[in-house]
Design a protein around this ligand. Structure first.
Ligand code: FAD
Length: 512
């Protein structure tokens, strides 16, 4: 690990600075390096891994890596089954996580994930200036940014901020300061034989409740709205099956209570009885209910530590204070500031059927980072990307292959699309993976974008967006139980959707 402790990137002027060495910062740095974009990568941490160096608290992820999958490991298609490895520039460094997991679970342990991110960093020779904290931001007259850090000043025309969304946040209900935050949860044995009140019904609250089941004598989980379960929403929205044991305990009367109730206030309890009294108001009938408990934990979420960027003009929104972003993850109000990693969830995309992207998790954010790197390379550094040509006769098969095996479309449904441009003079060109919201809204020459979508029924089906003469039409194909869209009926449906642009070979095969 000697190379990890060297201190590259001394303060100075760089074309681009990336902040953060979690999965987001590492992935975007790897992709920028692959495109030849010189940049400095800075991190307040001492080692790679970001949030996964500490959390999840109970030491096991909720995102899986399947050692045995229907496709070969170390292929692009395998990324569908491995949600946790970062994507390298060279095939030999693919699927890092598989080799590090001990086989007891297909959810990596937190230390395995940390080891995976460290291994990716060292094997791909990523350089990071560790122990360098960004502390403030300003601008030069020429528009470049100045980053103040604990090591000195950096200047750059382009910033990629990948500082995560892991700063504890709690609501302002009276007495909430008496509660510990998820981030301050104590070793689990300290909750032995205790009554625990958990505020919040997201995955973090249910993770804590799951881990405390063998220890706590009573667990109450409360928030105003009912818990949503991923198995019911048919998506990653809601509590993951991995954390459902407290729910079953509640249903079967084992001592867990899941309440739909707002927290009115938290007060000190009566001496000798319980240290805390939590007063709630039931959502269904506004009845007040009070609970005497030994510990209160606020599993109420996190915010992005953007420091002074909002004062400088970066607009934020929502409880997590996410920056408002364009489809290419650029600040909507401050051009030149981009975001990678879980902060990218602030670029919401189309949210078809109300289902958000997976940008908040590694399996989605890793693709955003690669699209972002290509976007920055072309728009800010004049890099010309390869745009391979396709023969008209191969387009249907190409798109059905991508829809069946392409990991980007699978992990970022209705968010990223495979785009082919259809210029009669230039031929059919593969423009790669691009944000669907951009494709739909940006206008431009004739093109087609293929994506996967899902609805409330759990069906996953391809959708083809065809841009022709400036307007976009949308065409859904049939779902398939094994997600294999290379069927005769899909071929014929796609061929007829594309006939107006491909029929009669109106688009010639370009020469290069
Ligand atoms: C409790 C919890 C559990 C989760 N479990 C999962 C899971 O199982 N699977 C999954 O895919 N996702 C999970 N997530 C989502 C997770 O946050 C993201 O997937 C991912 O870790 C985020 O990576 P990131 O690089 O964006 O941020 P982080 O991993 O948070 O990294 C941020 C980096 O920025 C650096 N940084 C911050 N501020 C500064 C500064 N001022 N100066 C310099 N450096 C700075 C930090 O030191 C760190 O290196 C979970 C989130 C939470 C809160």
């Amino acid at each position: 690990m000697a190379e990890l402790t060297e201190r590259p990137f001394p303060p100075g002027d760089y074309p681009l600075v990336v902040v953060g060495s979690g999965p987001g910062g590492l992935q975007v740095s790897s992709a920028l390096g692959g495109l030849g974009i010189r940049h400095a990568l800075l991190s307040a941490d001492e080692q790679p891994g970001g949030m996964f160096r500490r959390w999840p608290f109970f030491q096991r992820l909720l995102s899986w890596t399947k050692p045995y999958a229907p496709v070969a490991r170390a292929t692009r298609a395998y990324e569908r089954y491995d949600w946790n490895s970062l994507i390298p520039e060279s095939d030999e460094h693919r699927a890092v996580m598989v080799g590090l997991m001990d086989g007891t679970s297909y959810f990596p342990s937190r230390p395995e994930m940390q080891a995976g991110l460290e291994a990716f960093t060292s094997r791909t020779n990523l350089k990071v200036r560790f122990g360098c904290r960004w502390t403030g931001t300003s601008r030069l007259d020429d528009g470049r940014f100045i980053l103040e850090t604990t090591d000195g000043e950096y200047t750059a025309g382009t910033l990629v901020i990948a500082v995560g969304v892991a700063e504890p946040w709690r609501p302002t209900s009276p007495g909430m300061e008496l509660a510990a935050h998820y981030a301050d949860t104590q070793p689990v044995e300290t909750y032995a034989d205790k009554r625990i009140f958990i505020v919040g019904k997201q995955n973090s609250g249910f993770e804590l409740a799951s881990g405390m089941l063998p220890w706590a004598k009573r667990i109450i989980i409360a928030s105003p709205s009912p818990a949503r379960l991923s198995v019911n929403t048919h998506s990653l929205v809601g509590i993951r099956a991995r954390y459902l044991q407290p729910y079953e305990d509640h249903v079967l009367g084992g001592g867990v209570a899941i309440l739909d109730a707002g927290i009115e206030r938290i007060e000190p309890g009566s001496p000798g009885d319980a240290p805390f009294r939590v007063v709630t108001r039931r959502s269904s009938d506004s009845v007040e209910m009070a609970f005497d408990v030994d510990a209160v934990i606020a599993a109420t979420g996190f915010v992005a530590p953007l420091l002074d960027l909002p004062d400088l003009g970066v607009a934020t929104f929502g409880q997590s204070r996410l920056p408002a972003q364009t489809p290419f993850w650029e600040s909507a109000t401050m051009p030149g500031v981009f975001f990678a990693g879980t902060i990218g969830q602030g670029s919401g995309g189309l949210k078809k059927h109300g289902i958000p992207s997976n940008s908040g998790a590694v399996q989605g954010a890793r693709y955003n980072a690669r699209v972002l790197a290509r976007h920055i390379a072309t728009t800010r550094f004049g890099v010309k990307l390869e745009r391979p040509t396709l023969a008209p006769a191969s387009v249907v098969e190409f798109l059905l292959d991508e829809l069946t095996q392409g990991p980007e479309l699978w992990h970022q449904r209705a968010y990223l699309g495979r785009v082919l441009s259809l210029d009669p003079d230039d031929g059919i060109r593969d423009e790669g993976i691009l944000p669907l919201a951009w494709f739909v809204d940006a206008g431009g020459p004739d093109a087609v974008a293929a994506t996967l979508e899902t609805d409330g029924t759990g069906a996953v089906y391809p959708v083809i967006y065809l841009r022709r003469g400036g307007s976009v039409s949308e065409h859904a194909l049939e779902a398939h139980p094994l997600l294999d869209y290379r069927t005769a009926s899909a071929r014929s449906a796609l061929a007829s959707i594309l006939a107006p642009v491909l029929g009669g070979s109106s688009i010639p095969l370009a020469s290069s």
